[in-house]
Design a protein around this ligand. Structure first.
Ligand SMILES: *[C@@H]1O[C@H](CO)[C@@H](O)[C@H](O)[C@H]1NC(C)=O
Length: 478
């Protein structure tokens, strides 16, 4: 019975995945992007953008490139306004802000926000490439353990290199983690399972896996109950059945929006075809959509694509000022050699599987938690008190672009308050879509929130954000 059930589910998921691949191809054929090759001018723009974003020897708007090799030997690429480990960074009393991008991006999705000179004056900004993206090394498997172990080691290392912790004292200054999309999911897992890594999380348009699961279950349960009531009731009172179907609407909506997640589980050639087939029409559509209603000029198009692609062969030969180079494991000669890494996050269970912490990780996190314990007592969560699964144990500010076409707000936000501790908020951005770090209005709102956190959270975050984004609504305050 169990075998038949799982065979049915597998067949349905597979069919839905195939359907999505075909659907996306049809849409781009209809839009005319499927059969349009990049023009010579676009190719030139793209190479210029890749040079601007990825040449290790060149600064980008006050930020320099760095390659950090962790104790485990793993290499991360990031940009920062201060050199890690430099006397200035070690002595600086400016808070550390780490930016974590999502799919299908890289550090460069933050390029507008981290270029801000007022933010650069106020904080040490670090915009990283996730494992397998941009200029960071790839992983064998993008499992929760694979990704979260590397992220934890990176953040502990950055904290030391930017003067947050030293051998004598921890939390000498504030650490803030900012995440979007997959970067949001990963940061939420860190806030839930490694809360001592930061003092504040700022999170945008990514689902909280445990909350989504519980909302889906609740929706199915209540629909089932209504269906049962309808069966028990006399024929005359059939409306409850309709109501049951109506209850399932958010679930169906999310399922429709999530077709690509099913497609990501297909065999490798089909996934590559989905993501970059038909002259990269899906990538182009995603980048166009990311800019909302605003103008999308050739430079935006080229920079977005360069952000997704990472360094080309030309940039792979460049060096940082202290002679560091990109990992030798990346295949720079092939455009989009990284697509299966991007897909790996969906395929290998990075969001939902168990994170098996290594002894090094447990010891590292314990070391941070052993410092100033003020926050822990205020949130009521002790080191061994795990609480409900998925609860974000560090104060978090969740931003939500309401026009997100990938994520249903009923499924992703209902009940969020139960997953937040003291000092947390949920802020709705009514005119923005999924790509809050890219859209002009929402990126100003995010920048205002980072500035608010960096300056010591002296006022209400709603007030701080509404100054740049009229109509932003704080719907949850803890
Ligand atoms: C890309 O566009 C060209 C030019 O129209 C077309 O011939 C080619 O088949 C397209 N490539 C793919 C993979 O569909």
């Amino acid at each position: 019975m169990g075998f038949i059930k799982s065979a049915v589910i597998l067949t349905l998921s597979f069919s839905y995945g195939i359907f999505t691949v075909v659907l996306y191809a049809c849409i781009s054929i209809k839009n005319g992007t499927y059969f349009t090759r990049r023009t010579e001018k676009e190719t030139l723009e793209l190479q210029i953008a890749r040079d601007r974003l990825w040449d290790l020897s060149k600064d980008f708007a006050g930020l320099s490139h760095h390659i950090i090799t962790l104790a485990s030997g793993f290499k991360f690429h990031f940009v920062s306004n201060e050199a890690p480990g430099s006397p200035a960074a070690l002595k600086s009393d400016k808070p550390l802000v780490v930016f974590v991008h999502g799919f299908p991006d890289s550090w460069a999705v933050w390029r507008h926000i981290v270029s801000s000179s007022s933010l650069q004056d106020a904080a040490c900004l670090v915009a990283i490439d996730l494992p397998g993206y941009g200029g960071s090394e790839g992983l064998e498997k993008y499992s929760a353990t694979g990704v979260l172990e590397k992220m934890t080691e990176l953040i502990i290392t950055l904290r030391t290199q930017y003067g947050v912790d030293d051998g004598f004292e921890t939390r000498k200054k504030k650490t803030i983690i900012v995440g979007h999309d997959w970067g949001c999911i990963i940061s939420m897992r860190l806030a839930a399972e490694a809360p001592s890594l930061a003092d504040r999380f700022i999170l945008s348009n990514g689902p909280l896996p445990d909350l989504v699961k519980s909302n889906l279950m609740r929706t199915i349960d209540s629909a089932r109950k209504m269906h049962k009531d309808a069966q028990n009731a006399p024929r005359s009172s059939r409306p409850p059945l309709l109501q049951a179907i109506r209850t399932l609407k958010p679930l169906f909506r999310q399922l429709t929006l999530s077709g690509y997640i099913f497609a990501m589980q297909l065999p490798v050639p089909l996934v590559e075809y989905l993501l970059i087939g038909g002259n990269q029409s899906l990538m182009r559509a995603v980048h166009r959509g990311a800019h909302g209603k605003a103008e999308f000029n050739p430079r935006d198009a080229a920079e977005s694509m360069a952000s997704s692609m990472g360094p080309s062969l030309a940039e792979s030969k460049t060096q940082t000022s202290n002679g560091e180079t990109y990992p030798s494991t990346i295949k720079y000669s092939r455009e989009f050699a990284n697509v299966m890494n991007m897909a790996g996050y969906y395929r290998d269970g990075a969001s939902t599987r168990i994170w098996q912490k290594s002894l090094e990780t447990i010891a590292g996190l314990h070391g941070l938690a052993g410092g100033n314990d003020l926050r822990r007592t205020s949130s009521g969560a002790g080191l061994f008190d795990e609480g409900a699964p998925g609860v974000l144990k560090t104060s978090s500010t969740v931003f939500w672009g309401e026009k997100d076409i990938a994520l249903d707000p009923t499924i992703c936000l209902d009940g969020m308050a139960d997953y937040l501790v003291g000092g947390s908020q949920v802020v709705l951005l009514p005119r923005s879509g999924h790509f809050t770090p890219v859209e002009v209005e929402s990126r100003a709102a995010l920048e205002a929130a980072v500035q608010w956190a960096v300056q010591g959270e002296k006022e209400d975050v709603g007030v701080a954000v509404q100054r740049t984004y009229k109509g932003a609504k704080v719907i949850v305050r803890r």
